[in-house]
Design a protein around this ligand. Structure first.
Ligand code: TYD
Ligand code: MG
Length: 455
């Protein structure tokens, strides 16, 4: 028999190698390689030759299965992100920075699901039961029929779940779980992978929904191998900026509903409260129109959300001017600056550029291109965009403006919040219903000329 040998696994991409190195050859990430134990015991690593397996029963595609009965917890923001409630037997991963509010959210969700009739068990591997009870008291949830345990031994947890048969089990967090058949420390790649695998297959077999809480690394990935994300049905990220009370729960993967859906919450002294109208919240502390401030009519999942973009452009004291972005992609900002320079002749060389999405929101839609360009130009030219105007549209490398999806929803939301005009690409399907005054633009040069009288 071969000697048991060490292997090394990348915590970002899961690639394994025979020796340690500072950089993963698979994905190029630095400092992600950890020592790991090879999966030698399982049959999966042995050759399948020899013994015959059993024949698997095959079915047609046209089974008459009803859609899964979902349970709603009554927190509308959470139910929507889940795709319309919790599906029995589903495995959900909730990731987020430490301290962002994951335990708070899930304790509140546990209480709501328990009150909605699902027997619920909350297992904390990070806090003592007394700490969780104190939190429950602070949140006013002490009457909810949630069963609680502080435990990290995976075998004991699984036996308990098997005996108790809850409908929902919350594991806070997957990094603290310890499987005694895996020979490495809790939090290591192989432990996280083993624990997640055991729990998700157990969930499927028994029809128990499990929620795994996962910490996120500095680089913004759920700590542990990427494979955990592949094992579960739904991956939700709980995000927000420190110093802001808004928290956004974002579905990045969902086998039972649309991805990209968001739920908005506010962290208060008594836990997380739902924000039913995020646009009003994001725009609530908006001041009088200032140069560099533009309202973007965005779509998050199925819902329109208006957010304020703020730009500051100032002469740079550095030889390499700063490009600083919060809440938007820095590569996309570079592209827009390049298009403004190359197609409209507006240089940003020698100028520091700061771009910020107000309220700690993150935008990933290319539909925000035109609003970003408008904020940059407004800051550079020191000219404000009228306060009652929303802006949206995608910019192509040629400087042409492309229409974006769900234009009508964007306009309707803007109208609802008291905006009277919009700047949008020419071929936008605006429909008939909107009462807004829409200025349609076909390219960026025209936009610069019309709105800023320059270019
Ligand atoms: P927590 O849920 O423990 O975060 P995580 O599990 O993601 O690490 O939340 C911790 C923060 O939330 C902590 O800084 C205090 C704050 N908080 C409130 O502001 N109000 C509350 O009612 C609770 C319970 C926590
Ligand atoms: Mg926690």
């Amino acid at each position: 028999m071969a000697k048991a040998q060490k292997i090394f696994t990348c915590s970002a991409c899961g690639a394994s190698s025979s020796k340690w190195s500072g950089r993963c050859e698979g994905c190029g990430e630095w400092n992600t390689i950890q020592e790991d134990t090879p999966l030698s015991a399982g049959p999966a690593s042995k050759s399948l030759g020899g013994k015959r397996g059993a024949s698997i029963a095959l079915t047609d595609l046209s089974t008459e299965e009803a859609p899964p009965p979902r349970t709603e917890c009554g927190m509308g923001e959470l139910d929507r992100v889940l795709g319309g409630g919790l599906v029995p037997g589903s495995a959900i991963l909730v990731g987020g920075d430490p301290g962002i509010g994951k335990s708070t959210l899930l304790l509140q969700a546990a209480a709501r699901f328990a009150q909605a009739g699902l027997p619920t068990i909350y297992v904390s591997g990070e806090e003592a039961s007394a700490q969780v009870r104190m939190r429950a008291q602070r949140l006013g949830l002490t009457d909810a029929p949630v069963r609680l345990a502080a435990e990290t031994n995976l075998r004991d947890i699984m036996t308990t779940l098997d005996n108790e048969r809850p409908a929902l089990a919350i594991i806070d967090s997957i990094q603290t779980m310890w499987a005694d058949n895996v020979d490495s420390a809790p939090g290591s790649v192989s432990q996280v992978r083993a624990a997640a695998h055991e729990l998700t297959t157990f969930a499927k077999k028994r029809g128990i929904s499990v929620v795994l809480v996962g910490h996120v690394t500095k680089e913004g990935q759920i700590a542990g191998p990427r494979v955990v994300e592949h094992m579960v049905d739904t991956v939700l990220y709980f995000e927000g900026e420190r110093g802001h009370q808004f928290r956004i729960l974002r579905a990045v993967k969902n086998r039972f509903g649309p991805a990209d859906e968001i739920g908005v919450f506010e962290m208060t002294g008594a836990g997380l409260s739902e924000v039913v109208n995020p646009s009003a919240l994001f725009l609530s502390d908006r001041e009088d129109p200032a140069p560099g401030s533009v309202v973007f009519a965005g779509i998050e999942g199925t819902r329109p959300v208006l957010v304020e973009l703020q730009a500051l452009v100032a002469p740079s004291p550095h030889s390499q001017p700063r490009r600083s972005v919060l809440g938007w992609d820095s590569g996309r900002l570079a592209m827009i600056l390049a298009v403004l320079e190359a197609r409209c002749g507006i240089p940003f060389a020698g100028l520091d550029v700061y771009l910020n999405v107000a309220g700690g929101m993150k935008i990933s839609e290319p539909a925000a291109d035109l609003a970003v360009a408008a904020a940059l130009l407004s800051a550079r030219e020191d000219a404000s965009i009228p306060k009652d105007t929303v802006v949206f549209g995608e910019i192509s490398l040629s400087g042409a403006l492309r229409p974006v999806g769900q234009t009508e929803n964007r306009l309707k939301e803007a109208q609802k919040l008291g905006f009277t005009s919009a700047i949008a690409p020419t071929r936008s399907k605006t429909g008939s219903g909107s009462g807004l005054n829409i200025q349609k633009m076909s390219d960026l040069t025209g936009f610069v000329g019309d709105i800023f009288g320059a270019g």
